[in-house]
Write a protein that binds this ligand. Structure first.
Ligand SMILES: [Ca+2]
Ligand SMILES: [Ca+2]
Length: 210
């Protein structure tokens, strides 16, 4: 079943140039729009079509070891995983971030993206020193909802259950406190909440921690 899917997709894969100076990571691949939105017939051995696309994108490299993101239609990384984004090198300068979905510099492979759909995401094999910003605005305008995730350590696998802040909590000294950030030894999260981000994600920026 897996081989059947790869064969069907192979005709439309576009590989980036890979000269002598190219990095040793796997080539980034773009799928055309038809493939991005098309069904993943016969490629769902694990019940997760986007994960299968990750494997299919880098075929015939059988074991892709770079970082990638899976996007889910529901919170807690449940429901359909409708899209996958893969990149060999997420440590890009803040002045030139990787853009999802409209990256034009062939630094990311993306399949299955839908606007205003994601409610959670699974981050797999992300290095320390990366910031991922999830935005409601298609231009990541800061007057709408956005959330930052700043990775302090290597993250083998982590589900971001929601893009929205934790509920306000009651502090005996200060009363009800609205959550705007969550700092941890592993990953700091900063929320800019306006009217909701789950199911409204339109743009993602990936860059080195500014
Ligand atoms: Ca939006
Ligand atoms: Ca909003």
């Amino acid at each position: 079943m897996f081989f059947k899917q790869v064969t069907a997709a192979g005709a439309v894969l576009l590989f980036t140039a890979c000269g002598p100076e190219a990095s040793t990571g796997p080539a980034v691949v773009e799928l055309d729009s038809q493939t991005q939105s098309g069904p993943c017939e016969g490629c769902d051995p694990l019940g997760d079509s986007a994960e299968s696309l990750v494997n299919g994108i880098f075929w015939p490299i059988p074991t892709y070891t770079g970082p990638y993101i899976l996007f889910y239609e529901d919170n807690f990384c449940t429901g359909d995983s409708f899209a996958a984004a893969v990149t060999p090198d997420p440590l890009v300068a803040p002045s030139n971030p990787i853009l999802i979905p409209d990256e034009s510099s062939h630094r990311i492979g993306l399949a299955g993206w839908k606007n205003d759909e994601a409610r959670s995401m699974k981050l797999i094999r992300w290095p320390a020193g990366v910031r991922v910003r999830v935005c409601d605005s298609p231009s990541c305008a800061t007057n709408d909802d956005w959330t930052d995730y700043r990775f302090k350590v290597y993250t083998p696998e982590q589900c971001i259950h929601t893009f929205e802040p934790l509920p306000p909590y009651y502090d005996p000294e200060y009363g009800w406190v609205t959550t705007t950030q969550h700092l941890s030894p592993f990953r700091d999260t900063y929320w800019h909440y306006v009217n909701g981000l789950d199911g409204k994600v339109s743009k993602i920026l990936i860059e080195s921690n500014p």
